[in-house]
Design a protein around this ligand. Structure first.
Ligand code: GDP
Ligand code: MN
Length: 339
């Protein structure tokens, strides 16, 4: 809706001690929620939680995206819940559906095989569309183009603590490009050839490899010979879309997409984003938000550094923390950052 001004032009917030001052200026940022109409009530609960824990003070806008039009009820309910502007976008056909040049016989054989091996979402075509969209298209949606920063939220996630600062502003002021709360090992069967293509790409375009990158986080040999399957869990992301829109990532996405692996295998947007952030950005631009208590079933990150749990008045149990799980990569990340 072009008559709605960009977020930074919206009226200043009313002043109050408990709230950011009336002169508070939002950074150029939005929440983004990809979801289906039948996820209305799970989406309502996620928005309610982020409003209660953070956004009722800041009124950042929301962009809801869907490959079919949102229902009038969906728009009405979510507009009621959001304290910032809410916009509802239809995803362009070719940003979502399987491209014509994909060999459907080969793709469906892969789906059947992965289904029979009980690989999670192995038989699902819509899941593959979703992963490809989140890898290469959401930041190019017309409703997203005006924003620099996004915070990805999903239906049915939980925010366990008061968020007493503006994470978008933190990202901007500290020159970060990507932030996460949960990091873990990927199922190798979903990405058997991905790393080979990454290596080919890096050989072909060495100019995109950042100095002082985080390759040492995702490759235990440090040289990038083998991928250790670590990735940031992308159902939570706060990141700079200029990075995804930039030449290195666009070339990288197009290269991966042309290999067909989003359909012939089941490449997730999480490993694709994580590998790119770890290779094409300096490591200090990747950030872990310990303060943000976050749950996406079945895993929770619960704040544990300093007095973060107390300050946030968190409802998560510190001893039930994915950070300490055997398949978490947080330890590896933090050790790498110290090295
Ligand atoms: P998981 O987190 O990997 O188990 O996958 P989800 O089922 O949560 O899907 C990831 C995100 O994509 C969620 O925000 C879903 O609402 C959304 N999503 C998944 N499939 C579809 C789809 O077919 N259409 C739309 N519009 N959204 C989808
Ligand atoms: Mn999910």
């Amino acid at each position: 809706n072009p008559s709605i001004p960009p977020s930074h032009d919206i009226e200043p917030l009313p002043g109050s001690e408990a709230y950011p001052s009336s002169s508070y200026t939002r950074v150029n940022a939005t929440f983004v929620i990809l979801c289906r109409n039948d996820q209305l009530w799970d989406t309502m609960r996620s928005v309610r939680e982020i409003e209660d824990k953070f956004n009722h003070k800041y009124h950042y806008p929301y962009v809801f995206l869907n490959e079919v039009p949102f229902t009038e009820e969906f728009k009405y309910r979510l507009k009621t819940m959001a304290s910032g502007k809410a916009e509802f976008g239809l995803i362009p056909r070719d940003h979502w559906f399987q491209p014509d040049w994909i060999d459907e016989a080969k793709a469906s054989k892969s789906r059947e095989k992965m289904q029979s091996e009980n690989i999670i979402y192995g038989g699902s075509l819509s899941y593959r569309n979703m992963c490809r969209f989140n890898s290469g298209f959401f930041f190019r949606h017309p409703l997203m183009e005006k924003y620099k920063w996004y915070w990805r939220i999903e239906p049915d996630v939980h925010f366990h603590c008061n968020i007493l600062f503006d994470p978008f502003r933190y990202m901007e002021e500290n020159n970060k490009i990507y932030a996460f709360t949960i990091s873990m090992i990927e199922y190798e069967a979903t990405i058997p050839t991905l790393w080979g293509h990454v290596k080919d790409f890096v050989k072909k375009y060495p100019q995109y490899v950042a100095k002082n990158n985080a390759m040492g986080f995702i490759s235990d040999d440090g040289s990038g010979d083998r991928y250790n399957l670590c990735h940031f869990w992308s159902n939570f992301e706060i990141a700079n879309m200029e990075f995804w829109r930039g030449e290195a990532y666009m070339k990288f996405f197009e290269y991966l997409d042309s290999q067909g692996g989003f359909y012939y295998e089941r490449w997730g947007d999480a490993p694709v984003h994580s590998i790119a952030a770890s290779i094409f950005a300096p490591r200090e631009q990747i950030h872990f938000f310990d303060e943000i208590g976050y749950e996406h079933a079945p895993y929770t990150h619960c704040p544990k550094e300093g007095d973060n749990w107390e300050k946030g008045k968190c409802t998560c149990r510190p001893d039930n923390n994915f950070d300490f799980d055997g398949i978490s990569c947080l330890n590896k990340f933090q050790n790498f950052m110290k090295s």
